[in-house]
Design a protein around this ligand. Structure first.
Ligand code: ATP
Length: 464
């Protein structure tokens, strides 16, 4: 498959990147300075889409779950946390360089593409040995040649000098967090003791994470700054796998509820488990470059709390209030990136349609819950103050409840096309009849049908 064109879905990287830029969803960071590697900014519609995704996640994971509570821990934490978690030593990707075009490549990913799986624990020597066995079958994704340097393991943690005023601060660095869940583990006891929760219970949080990713030209799929939505669920050791199955079901149901097409999602079981994991599956989405990890759902045993007990000296064991049994809770987790979800939702919504007279349109068929703008309000004519006034009044009333947009630019047909491209489910047009009988035209994004609706019934009609 062409790396950037998905022949099954018809969605190409170019189409998504271009629409996202043109319509104000996603911009390359620092563009006027020539961009900044693997960092992106979310524009006016991108931020609305992100907010809607985060709200849907929070509703499913926290609001509707009596057994899960929220947290917002800091980006900076005690540097020892990253030793306990294994990140300062083990959080490293094997990097090689193409000798022909100097592209930097991830050896583990290139091996995966030919169904050879490297273990995260492998030393540089071991990974090079595996790489050498298969080298001739591996081609550089940039130039197609097969001539690579040896692999070097490169640590992904981003270092900082927070609170360290010495010139040689890099010897004792602090770190921008590489994942949000460590903030959950180290607050586990605080939350447990204050939120009156009993095991099993979960802690959820949404926040930024940072990784010195080896640039992969994968758009917002792999960035150096990104946002994670993570939920860590604390269980009795004997209940871990039962709860894990329940979590897998819940996460699959969540994507179905978001309206992601079933054929574009699949489970993928980890072939090489890290030594402490009981089981690990990813939910993969069919991106323009094929099926890749959207979310990880993992059973992590008691590894995380045991490590933090060892490194901090704190007692993180749990004593069951009924049986008095004392144990270290086991953890199952769900972890997904906001950017990867935005990208999946955009690919899934992207539709090109033939309409009347050989004309065509691009329409983003977002689930109505996720659409950045829920309704657009137009005065039929820009130069008729009475229509503009009425349309502004309606905008004022609707925007109390919904994210709306007011648009009086160009003809109505052009305004519809623009709203189609940003995925607005409804357009409301105020015309001269509105002034007479208080009704408006409501146009449906998907069917393109128009209906006359009383202004007093609009909110109900639009489905709030
Ligand atoms: P990959 O194998 O693709 O590098 P990972 O297994 O390292 O991902 P995790 O550490 O399990 O990823 O992170 C959990 C989730 O965070 C991922 O499923 C993904 O949605 C998101 N994520 C991880 N790294 C990035 C990144 N660099 N950019 C955007 N999202 C990311």
């Amino acid at each position: 498959m062409n790396k950037n064109e998905n022949t099954k879905t018809g969605v190409t990287m170019e189409k998504i990147v271009s629409l996202a830029k043109r319509r104000g969803f996603i911009f390359p960071s620092s563009e006027i300075y020539g961009g900044f590697g693997a960092i992106y900014d979310y524009g006016p519609y991108g931020v609305e889409l992100e907010n809607a995704i985060k709200a849907a996640w929070w509703k499913t994971m926290v609001q509707k779950r009596p057994d899960i509570i929220g947290l917002d821990s800091s980006i900076f934490m005690h540097p020892k946390i990253w030793q306990a978690s294994g990140h300062t030593t083990g959080f490293a990707d094997p990097l090689a360089e193409c000798k022909k075009c100097n592209a930097r490549v991830r050896i583990d990913h290139l091996l995966e593409d030919i169904d050879v799986f490297a273990d995260e624990k492998m030393s540089e020597e071991e990974i090079n040995e595996l790489f050498n066995q298969h080298k001739t079958k591996i081609k550089c994704p940039q130039c197609g040649k097969s001539d690579f340097s040896d692999a070097k393991k490169f640590n992904l943690l981003v270092k900082a000098n927070l609170g360290n005023f010495n010139d040689d601060w890099s010897k004792e660095p602090t770190y921008l967090r590489g994942e949000t869940c460590q903030g959950i583990y180290v607050n586990y006891k605080n939350v447990r003791d204050t939120a009156r929760v009993k095991i099993p219970f979960g802690i959820a949080q949404i926040g930024k994470a940072f990784r010195n990713e080896i640039a992969g030209r994968q758009y917002v799929f792999r960035t150096r700054e990104f946002e994670q939505m993570e939920m860590q669920y604390f269980t009795h050791p004997d209940e871990e796998m039962k709860e894990y199955e329940k979590l897998r079901e819940a996460r699959w149901a969540y994507y179905k509820e978001l309206g992601i097409k079933g054929e574009n999602l699949r489970w993928s079981k980890h072939k090489n488990l890290v030594f402490y994991a009981k089981e690990a599956y990813d939910i993969e989405y069919n991106y323009p470059f094929g099926f890749k990890e959207l979310e990880g759902v993992h059973a992590r045993s008691d590894y995380d709390l045991s490590q933090h007990m060892k490194f901090s000296g704190a007692d993180l064991t749990y004593t069951d209030p009924h049986t008095n049994e004392k144990y270290t809770p086991h953890i199952i987790e769900s972890s997904v990136g906001v950017g990867r979800t935005v990208f999946a939702v955009m690919c899934d919504a992207y539709t090109e349609e033939e309409i009347d007279d050989g004309d065509s349109r691009v329409v983003m068929k977002f689930n109505k819950k996720l659409a950045p703008i829920k309704v657009a309000v137009f005065p039929l004519l820009k130069n008729k103050p009475e229509l503009v006034k009425k349309a502004r009044e309606i905008f004022g009333a609707l925007s109390e409840q919904l994210m709306c947009e007011f648009d009086d630019n160009g003809n109505i047909g052009k305004r519809y096309r623009r709203q189609d491209e940003i995925g607005t489910p409804y357009c409301v047009t105020v015309d001269f009849d509105t002034l007479e009988n208080s009704t408006v035209t409501v146009r449906d994004r998907d069917t393109m049908k128009q209906e006359r609706v009383a202004v007093s019934e609009l909110v109900g009609y639009l489905g709030t």
